[in-house]
Design a protein around this ligand. Structure first.
Ligand code: NIG
Ligand code: FE
Length: 418
């Protein structure tokens, strides 16, 4: 089956010789004017400027891009998609000056969501997450990562991971699952956290590996959560079991999380708002991807990660939403990119390269998605804009018009049609 998208004003391919994209290359993108793109089944078969007549077959479908721009599907390499409850009551506390970690220490924050997630049925979690992921898709996201971490016991963590597994089967978006049993110390282990760490190491990590519910493992290395030594124990065991590891590092206080990410060759380190220059150098040498979460800085009223310094040091930066019920309840990755551009001083091309190309590397999907290249999945977004810069400049609106996922039209004129 052939589908031809024609009348593309500008086709942004995001093709690069070497990925992830670093330094000056981050500000580059091939643009083909007056272009067409040929989809065969679920893959990209051809693209160029000019005449597409030679690809027409008897039953080919034609899709008019109306002179607008086309980019690869957006990738959100860091979300906490599945959770029970919601925490709008904390917003007032934060406005009144309460600190994110103080709320957690008082049994709120992540622990509040843990209680709600334990109570929620599988179906409740499934349909709640489905709404969020539909909204992500409407905003142009075609692949994403989803972390567990709101169960903090085997039963509920497995429930979350199975919700992701079923969503991945049923929803057009590709979802990569990450197991995050060490997201907080559960209330019942407050007085003896070591016991919980032992359960994570001896029972939870092996069981989730056996069930093949996640290939990745993440941890929250932070003041009053897990320290460097505990994080190292847990992640080293995860690596022995075959997980590829990620670390929420240096979000509020530097506990050596970025340093540990470099030492154990984590695939990525997340947040990095408080990372010092030495640890950035180590991350660069160890090729750890920096998953930066600007909308979290914005929403917590915190400092922005030093993205420009990281880029100058040769770190591959990826920009992700961090969608979660506490620090960042926002599914709109375009808004995240707009905040990134302003907050980090990154150009529109830099933020899109970070999300699309480096995002695909951060979930190890770059052989299949993350650029418009021959043989890659036909994951494409038609944006209601004449150039990419406009979509960052004109902030707060959804610029997505149509979305193709695996060659199928799944959003048409801003509405789901899958
Ligand atoms: O990445 N910082 C740790 N975890 C999430 C927030 C989770 C929550 O507040 O529910 C994050 O921001
Ligand atoms: Fe996170």
């Amino acid at each position: 089956m052939i589908t031809i998208i024609y009348n593309i004003g500008k086709l942004y391919t995001f093709n690069h010789q070497v990925v992830p994209v670093k330094k000056a290359e981050l500000n580059k993108c091939e643009i083909i004017e007056n272009a067409y793109l040929v989809i065969e089944d679920d893959l990209i078969k051809a693209y160029d400027s000019g005449d597409y007549a030679k690809y027409l077959e008897k039953d080919s479908q034609l899709h008019d891009a109306e002179g607008l721009i086309v980019i690869p599907g957006l990738i959100d390499a860091h979300t906490h998609l599945v959770f029970g409850g919601s925490r709008e009551h904390e917003y007032a506390l934060k406005l009144a000056g309460a600190d994110y970690l103080d709320i957690l220490k008082a049994g709120g924050g992540i622990l509040n969501t843990v209680t709600a997630t334990r109570k929620a049925s599988f179906d409740e979690l499934y349909f709640k997450s489905l709404k969020f992921i539909d909204n992500m898709l409407l905003h142009g996201v075609t692949s994403l990562e989803a972390k567990s971490g709101y169960g903090l016991n085997l039963e509920t963590e497995v429930k979350q991971l199975k919700v992701v597994e079923l969503l991945n089967e049923n929803h057009p978006c590709d979802i990569i699952s990450t197991f995050m049993p060490a997201h907080a110390i559960p209330e019942e282990y407050k007085e003896h956290p070591q016991d919980y760490i032992d359960i994570v190491i001896d029972t939870m990590l092996p069981e989730v590996a056996r069930l093949k519910l996640a290939k990745y493992c993440d941890i929250f290395c932070e003041d009053a959560v897990f320290n460097r030594e505990q994080a190292k124990r847990i992640l080293s065991r995860a690596q022995e079991l075959g997980y590829i590891v990620k670390i929420h590092a240096d979000e509020v206080v530097s506990m050596g999380g970025a340093n540990l990410a470099a030492e154990i060759h984590a695939l990525s380190a997340e947040h990095l708002m408080a990372t010092n220059d030495e640890d950035m150098d180590l991350m660069s040498q160890a090729n750890v991807i920096a998953n930066l979460l600007p909308a979290t800085s914005f929403n917590l009223g915190k400092t922005y990660a030093r993205a420009r310094t990281m880029i100058d040091k040769g770190i591959a930066v990826s920009i992700c939403s961090d969608f979660n019920p506490g620090s960042c309840p926002n599914e709109n990755l375009q808004l995240t990119l707009q905040i990134a551009s302003r907050g980090y001083g990154m150009s529109p091309i830099e933020v899109y390269n970070s999300a699309i190309v480096n995002g695909s590397c951060s979930i190890q999907q770059n052989d299949y998605v993350g650029s418009i290249s021959l043989g890659k999945k036909a994951d494409l977004v038609i944006m209601d804009a004449l150039n990419l810069e406009y979509t960052i400049y004109h902030f707060g609106s959804n610029h997505v018009k149509d979305v193709f996922k695996n060659g199928e039209l799944v959003v048409f004129n801003k509405e789901l049609c899958y």
